[in-house]
Design a protein around this ligand. Structure first.
Ligand code: SF4
Length: 363
């Protein structure tokens, strides 16, 4: 039976209806997509390891017949998820080993990540945090919030707190208002950032009430996660406009380079231009982290560098994100630039431009 259609458009546009009516079983998924034999046989074994869930809205973007659809590849479990590659880790960024209090990773001196929810509207099959996302045991309660806030207050080197998860926008507006107020009351906190995929998978979450909360705590930086131009729908455009104009939020995007989904210069150019057109600055393009079961998604770094070489210089710099890898083991992010520096002489640098021409400059 198809559970994905509400009786009214108001229900469809209600984010709580979308969350309550997420598709979670193979039976419900089959009512919406023509699953291949491989997809059917992978479903139970993969979702036993990492839960399956998708909103009716996001599933509606998937092609019901094409197993190579870029939306479908992000949400439907596949057999490769069960492979454990030699370099893959359960916690590739060592987030659990830099955790001074439950729910807080403090790895870089001036920044702390705070995991506020372990629920997402959609569980992305390439998720770096599949070790704990979708597991309610990890969701911090009020006592843990207070411990985290006390930690931020007592560490004056922390200039930025990043609300993350799961998806922090899964919290109610009242809770977000309270937490943002507490963080903004700490004198040494310079900026607050929110990492959320809800603008992509649940854009109806962005409504006037949420925007009022953000406006009250201006400035808020929201980093979202679009991976493919198909995700930029009319509803997304409308709600991002609301977020920027009514919430006064600064919106950026960090996507992931994903095999068979966006690993071409043409798709990425369309994505980056599409984001800039609706007011989102492309910030990072991530090399897919070496998390367990991610080999089916990972693009070779050399190919990623080549793709970025085809993009940089060909489209406006405003639309070009930095291609980065977050080093497995917790080494932090490093940029992966093309080889622009061709040679260094005693008196000059010789650079190769985006058209492979050499230019010499002195220093
Ligand atoms: S939205 Fe983010 S945290 Fe949630 S499953 Fe996707 S990648 Fe993981």
């Amino acid at each position: 039976m198809d559970h994905s259609q509400p009786e009214t458009i108001e229900s469809w546009l209600n984010w709580k209806w979308q969350i309550q009516n997420r598709i979670k079983t193979q039976e419900a998924l089959s009512a919406n997509l023509e699953l291949t034999k491989e997809e059917r046989s992978s479903f139970d074994s993969c979702s036993a390891f990492f839960e399956f869930s998708v909103t009716p809205y996001y599933l509606g973007l998937a092609d019901s017949k094409d197993p190579h659809c870029p939306i479908r590849l992000q949400i439907v479990p596949r057999q490769e998820e069960l492979i454990r590659g030699p370099f893959e880790k359960q916690d590739p960024l060592a987030e659990e080993t830099h955790m001074p209090v439950k729910g807080v990773t403090h790895r870089y001196p001036d920044r702390a990540l705070w995991y506020l929810s372990h629920v997402c509207a959609v569980y992305c099959r390439f998720c770096t945090r599949k070790r704990k996302v979708s597991n309610s045991f990890h969701t911090p309660g009020k006592e843990e919030w207070n411990q985290a806030l006390a930690y931020f207050r007592s560490h004056s080197e922390i200039k930025e707190v990043i609300l993350s998860g799961g998806d922090p926008l899964n919290l109610s507006n009242d809770k977000l208002d309270y937490l943002l107020g507490e963080l903004k009351s700490i004198p040494h906190i310079n900026q607050v950032r929110i990492h959320s995929r809800y603008p992509v998978t649940l854009p109806m979450r962005i409504d006037s009430e949420l925007c009022s909360v953000f406006k009250k705590h201006f400035p808020i930086y929201l980093v979202t996660h679009f991976n493919h131009p198909k995700e930029i729908t009319p509803l997304v455009k409308e709600r991002i406009s609301l977020l920027i104009q009514k919430g006064n939020v600064i919106v950026l995007n960090q996507g992931v380079l994903l095999k068979g989904i966006n690993d071409s210069a043409e798709i990425l150019k369309e994505l980056f231009y599409g984001l800039t057109a609706i007011g989102i600055k492309p910030y990072y393009l991530h090399q897919c982290d070496e998390v367990w079961g991610s080999s089916g998604f990972r693009v070779e770094i050399a190919k990623g560098v080549e793709i970025m070489k085809q993009i940089r210089g060909k489209i406006s710099g405003l639309s070009v994100p930095l291609y980065v890898v977050d080093l497995t083991g917790g080494g932090g992010k490093i940029p992966l630039p093309s080889e622009y520096l061709a040679e260094k002489t005693d008196h000059s640098y010789i650079f190769r431009n985006y058209q492979d021409e050499l230019y010499e400059i002195s220093y």
